[in-house]
Ligand binder design. Structure first.
Ligand SMILES: Nc1ncnc2c1ncn2[C@@H]1O[C@H](COP(=O)(O)OP(=O)(O)OP(=O)(O)O)[C@@H](O)[C@H]1O
Ligand SMILES: [Mg+2]
Length: 391
């Protein structure tokens, strides 16, 4: 229909597969390299770190597709949030019941694995081809059970693939039972697993989450190497993403808006998907121009506020907020010395001698950054816009 507009090509949700996947050349190249090494029976389990919304899940979904085009089986597991009350056995149960879920094959064909599960008391009613664990909890030694499960699964699949790629997303969710990563490591270093199977494990985690594991369990860091950190997309990749996503929609974006998209999001995938999604909604006559900008930016900040920024800002005290506003009042990083008169100007009663103390608290909370000694800035442009709009 001539006057219909194509559905919104942007994906303003965490975990949503983008219509057009941009950048990540280095990470994809490394993955190809690891697949080749795995073919030669060298399984170099590695780790990908990145902050919220930077594209960890999207990259994993891409990895899965890449592996499968090469006829290598890959499975994606989203690690659920574990609690202090959880035990290793719960994590084992979660892992062994989720690993087969996203394998591109019929569960019924996994005869050895199915036998194993029923042997340990996990019954599997089939619902839409998926697996549901029975009320009865798995019991036994978590490490032995995980090892056994992986051995059996391998037996079922070794005719079809030379490697099974296991993508474990959000390993920081193991935090309350962080020793579970050591169990995974032990299983993967087991002689039998190394000699007889072909598993390649890849993890993602938030940076802070990973640091905490390393503090408690040093060898984990040496085991899951290399560690790649995901960063924002470049300006070129951002422009490419926006234009490619719009390609089949007939909607055009002006050059100045393209530039602004990068200027405000700095190539953060989640931020730019939300912003572009609103820009698309607010197009006029199939054109995204400066007329659509203010409304879309406002909606983006509202949306980011709800999911993230509000919680961050709630962690700041009144004094800390005043400092944030001072930092937001200019476009460049501020030196400690120039912050004092600015904050005094805004709030006369602000105790100058405490500026340093409040700045270090803001740093600890991740609400500001320190690009150089004695110099402070807000984490990004969106955050700045958000602070500027606060009451
Ligand atoms: N390389 C990419 N190209 C295009 N869009 C991307 C890319 N990476 C991520 N996105 C988009 O950005 C958004 C956030 O990505 P994703 O959910 O993968 O991030 P994440 O790091 O897993 O976030 P979370 O911390 O919420 O788990 C999604 O809408 C996704 O479609
Ligand atoms: Mg994710």
């Amino acid at each position: 229909m001539a006057n219909r507009i194509a559905p919104n090509p942007f994906t303003p949700k965490s975990g949503m597969e983008p219509k057009f996947f941009a950048g990540r050349d280095k990470e994809i190249e490394l993955f190809h390299k690891k697949l080749v090494e795995a073919k030669h029976r060298r399984y170099d389990h590695f780790c990908i770190l990145g902050e919220w919304g930077i594209g960890k899940t999207a990259l994993f979904k891409e990895f899965k597709k890449i592996a499968q085009t090469r006829r290598i089986l890959a499975t994606y597991v989203s690690i659920r949030e574990f609690q202090e009350s959880d035990r290793f056995i719960n994590a084992t149960e979660h892992l062994i019941t989720h690993i087969p879920r996203s394998l591109p094959l019929k569960f019924e064909t996994l005869t050895n694995f199915k036998k194993f599960l029923s042997g340990v008391g996990v019954t599997l009613p089939f619902i839409g081809g998926g697996i549901q664990v029975s009320e009865k909890q798995l019991s036994g030694d978590p490490q032995a059970l995980l090892l056994d499960a992986l051995m059996r699964l391998w037996k079922d699949l070794k005719q079809q693939t030379d490697t099974i790629v296991v993508l474990l997303d959000d390993a920081q969710n193991y935090k309350p039972i962080s020793g579970f990563l050591t169990i995974i490591k032990n299983v993967l270093s087991d002689d039998e697993i190394q000699k007889k199977t072909g598993y390649l494990f890849i993890l993602t985690s938030t940076n802070i989450g990973w640091d905490e594991f390393l503090k408690k369990h040093h060898p984990i860091g040496r085991f899951f190497t290399p560690v790649l950190t995901l960063h924002n997309l470049s300006e070129e990749e951002t422009h490419f993403l926006v234009q490619k996503s719009l390609d089949s929609t007939g909607v055009k974006v002006s050059k100045s808006i393209l530039k602004k998209i990068y200027e405000y999001t700095e190539g953060h995938p989640y931020e730019l998907q939300i912003l572009c999604s609103y820009l698309y909604e607010n197009q006029i006559g199939r054109k995204i121009t400066v007329r659509s900008w203010d409304t879309s930016l406002g909606l983006t900040l509202e949306n980011l506020g709800q999911i993230l920024l509000d919680t961050l800002i709630r962690e700041a005290s009144d004094r800390e907020r005043q400092l944030l506003k001072v930092l937001a009042s200019v476009e460049y990083p501020l030196e400690w010395k120039s912050i004092i008169p600015l904050v005094k100007n805004m709030a006369k009663s602000f105790p100058s001698h405490s500026v340093g103390k409040f700045l270090s608290r803001l740093l600890e909370k991740g609400l500001i950054q320190q690009p150089k000694r004695g110099v402070y800035k807000l984490p990004d442009r969106m955050f700045r816009e958000y602070i500027l709009r606060l009451e």
